[in-house]
Write a protein that binds this ligand. Structure first.
Ligand code: ZN
Length: 275
């Protein structure tokens, strides 16, 4: 299963985020830019200061829970997500590849230290009280970007151990998905009976390439997404619906079809929104 931003939209995470967790209505920050330009890091962290609490407080929805139930029932070998919010794991999925990384972790680019995003949040708030005072003016969707003079005053977080540059553990625009991550997904596609794409228009090549691989290997592709996707021509089944409606119904149907050694039925709340 390959999932995208449409899965997390009902959890209150807007779909206009890019794969690095940036807000798209401001210009997305490029990988190289983040590494080389202090102002890009100041821009990233000022947005992230207000964006992170939205992610941190988001809860998994029925689509996440249905996929976790399908994994428990043995229907899913691997779940690959383009989302960086960790909601699949929090819903109970275990076999997950975070294709574009995870926003809850930050890494020092010098010494490799791993730092929790919550720790960084406390530092950002402590070091940038003026940003917090901007309140509603600084919105997480980047609508109101900071003026240059305000941006120059932003204190970006650094590694406590070595004072190195820290970066969220996510793949920015212009960055590359680690090779071993891609290799693991390629193996899973090769071993799978089929590929199910959920909640993604597959605009980003890093996800679309697995559809191309599945098609090349003759694996059937099914897509659940309200809008058109880049892989529509490759799919044998297209369901133009929201995942949080279709997936609980699918999970329920598969439970009904399972014989006496079936796993315990999922909680009734899973079916509340079934069409
Ligand atoms: Zn360090």
């Amino acid at each position: 299963v390959l999932t995208g931003a449409g899965l997390s939209a009902p959890s209150g995470i807007p779909t206009y985020r890019d794969q690095a967790g940036n807000w798209l209505r401001g210009s997305p920050i490029q990988h190289r830019e983040f590494l080389t330009e202090p102002s890009a890091r100041q821009r990233y962290w000022s947005r992230s200061l207000v964006g992170w609490p939205v992610i941190a407080s988001a809860q998994p929805n029925d689509a996440h829970r249905a996929l976790a139930a399908l994994e428990r029932a043995g229907h899913i070998d691997l779940l690959v997500t383009q989302n960086v919010d960790r909601l699949h794991q929090r819903a109970g999925s275990h076999r997950v590849v975070d294709l574009h990384g995870r926003l809850d972790r930050v890494q020092c680019l010098s010494c490799g230290a791993a730092i929790g995003r919550d720790v960084i949040q406390r530092e950002l708030e402590r070091d940038n009280p003026a940003l917090l005072q901007l309140g509603g003016a600084l919105r997480p969707d980047g609508d109101a970007d900071l003026a240059d003079c305000q941006l120059a005053a932003v204190i970006a977080p650094h590694c406590r151990a070595c004072n190195g540059i820290v970066m969220p553990d996510v793949v920015f625009f212009g960055g590359t998905v680690p090779h071993e991550r891609v290799a693991r997904v390629n193996e899973a596609v090769a071993a799978a009976d089929a590929l199910l794409v959920v909640g993604s228009s597959l605009k980003v090549f890093s996800g679309f390439r697995f559809c191309r691989l599945a098609a090349r290997l003759g694996k059937p592709i099914a897509i659940i997404n309200p809008g058109p996707t880049r892989a529509d021509d490759l799919a044998v089944l297209r369901i133009a619906q929201c995942a949080e409606r279709v997936l609980p119904a699918l999970a329920a149907r598969l439970y009904q079809d399972t014989s006496a050694d079936a796993p315990p039925a999922p909680t009734p709340s899973l079916f509340n929104n079934a069409p």
